[in-house]
Design a protein around this ligand. Structure first.
Ligand SMILES: [Zn+2]
Length: 109
């Protein structure tokens, strides 16, 4: 087993495009799929666990997180663009069942 020390810093790198756009809605994040900005509360957090992408609905998992709309299309787009690899600094993250998890049991669909 190889022990990798995770940096405790969960802050995202400062993005100048996000400056001055913080209203009363709280922190704003860019969806790694569609690249649109949204309030962090509207996005789901994704982290890589052992190179596998995991939906962190409770935002409690340690490590670097990527933010994404809770939308399978955004997840699929992000996977196609390899955006998770860049955001999470994982060379080739395994998407696992991330897209399926976001597709979920869609009521009425
Ligand atoms: Zn999106």
């Amino acid at each position: 087993m190889e022990t990798v020390s995770e940096p405790a810093d969960q802050r995202e790198p400062a993005d100048p495009r996000e400056q001055g756009d913080r209203g009363a809605t709280g922190p704003v994040r860019t969806c790694v799929g569609c690249r649109r900005r949204a309030a962090q509360a509207e996005l789901v957090r994704v982290v890589a666990v052992d190179g596998r992408l995991v939906l962190d609905r409770r935002r409690r998992l340690p490590g670097r997180g990527a933010y994404l709309h809770a939308d399978a299309r955004c997840a699929a787009t992000a996977v196609q663009r390899r955006a998770f690899g860049r955001a999470l600094r994982v060379p080739q993250p395994d998407p696992g069942d991330l897209v399926e998890a976001l597709t979920g049991p869609a009521p009425g669909a």
